[in-house]
Design a protein around this ligand. Structure first.
Ligand code: G3D
Ligand code: MG
Length: 218
């Protein structure tokens, strides 16, 4: 689910040979740190509330959907040499209310955002929506692709994807902001690699559009 659009006047701050700068945001307890360590180690890591941030550089194969984990290919035993891969620098930032004003300093120069939402936390869906829209509306984040992770889909009371799309008002994110809503269960890793594939595709598409735009204005 997503709009898959890509166009913006801002140029990405990082040259393409550097890892993609991805910021993982969302309310506290949504599962951000679980997502980060699942991608890094391909296993469940017990988390404690994040007071500041966690950061990991991870090389991941692309296009394989589920597949192995990160950590430079440690869990990717069957990877063929032609399988495309990409390097990511993930920043998982604390989601408690008092820490949210700090988000902006991490998203400056971001190539992409991952916004993790607890699919069971209906009571705080409005709050999640407000924070998501606030961060994507910042001038420096205009056009930055967003992967919205509908996490904890393993739980019985998880909201359906269409309902989450509606409650988070994803269609109101703005025509310039590409987004994709990915159902996931971070504790077992389900949906995460598909989500990263989508995010990477949106970033690549945006970069291509920006290059073409730059050529035209020369
Ligand atoms: P945060 O970094 O967004 O604050 P955490 O969230 O990654 O610390 O996760 C908060 C709690 O949610 C953790 O449980 C974690 O195990 C749980 N969690 C994360 N992802 C999932 C998921 O996909 N399904 C389920 N059922 N639980 C998940 P605790 O008990 O340690 O608070
Ligand atoms: Mg955390």
């Amino acid at each position: 689910m997503g709009n898959g659009l890509s166009s913006d006047r801002l140029l990405p701050c990082l040259p393409s040979f550097q890892p993609l700068h991805i910021v993982i945001l969302g309310l506290d307890c949504a599962g951000k740190t679980t997502v980060l360590y699942r991608l890094r180690f391909n296993e469940f890591v017990n988390t404690v509330p994040t007071k500041g941030f966690n950061s990991e550089k991870i090389k991941l194969s692309l296009g394989g959907g589920g597949g192995g984990g990160g950590g430079g290919g440690g869990g990717e035993r069957r990877r063929h040499w032609t399988t495309p891969s990409a390097s990511f620098h993930f920043w998982d930032v604390g989601g408690q209310e008092k820490l949210r004003p700090l988000w902006r300093s991490y998203t400056r120069c971001a190539d992409g955002l991952v916004f993790v939402v607890d699919s069971v936390d209906g009571e705080r869906m409005e709050e999640a929506k407000t924070e998501l829209h606030k961060i994507t509306r910042l001038a420096e984040n205009q056009g930055v692709p967003v992967l919205v992770v509908a996490n904890k889909q393993d739980l019985r009371d998880a909201l359906a994807l269409a309902e989450m799309e509606r409650l988070l008002a994803l269609r109101e994110l703005g025509a310039a902001t590409p987004w994709h809503l990915q159902p996931a269960c971070a504790i077992i890793g389900e949906g995460l690699r598909e989500g990263v594939d989508k995010l990477h595709a949106m970033i690549a598409k945006r970069r291509k559009a920006l290059r073409q735009q730059k050529k035209k204005t020369r």
